[in-house]
Design a protein around this ligand. Structure first.
Ligand SMILES: [Zn+2]
Length: 115
């Protein structure tokens, strides 16, 4: 799971003219758009957990077809078996899982605060 930022000139309804905006992406989805002049921000709700599983699935689906078929057959059994299956590259996967978890937590906290 990746978080990145982009700059773009967009129309700000608060400033009432075009201003530089900071766009925050989580994976390829826009999470937030913030006007750099007045700091008026728009948050877009992303299902971060769904994003995470989508990404995990993508990673897994590049593994042998046998695993993919099992995944289709029974998701819960597959997920229980998963930690043993990915043991050939545990460090990379664990690092990515931890990073993803961090992003999910940050994102959720932000949402809870704004409620
Ligand atoms: Zn503005």
């Amino acid at each position: 799971m990746k978080k990145h930022e982009m700059e773009a000139v967009l129309f700000c309804s608060n400033c009432d003219h075009e201003t530089p905006h900071k766009i925050v992406y989580i994976n390829d989805q826009i999470a937030q758009i913030e006007c750099q002049q007045c700091h008026h921000a728009i948050d877009l709700e992303i299902d971060v957990v769904k994003e995470f599983y989508k990404e995990l699935y993508k990673k897994i689906s590049t593994k042998p077809a046998r695993i993919t078929n099992e995944y289709r057959q029974d998701l819960s059994i597959f997920l229980r078996k998963l930690p043993f299956r990915v043991i050939s590259k545990p460090y990379r996967v664990m690092k990515e899982l931890n990073e993803s978890r961090k992003i999910i937590e940050q994102y959720r906290q932000k949402y809870d605060d704004s409620k």
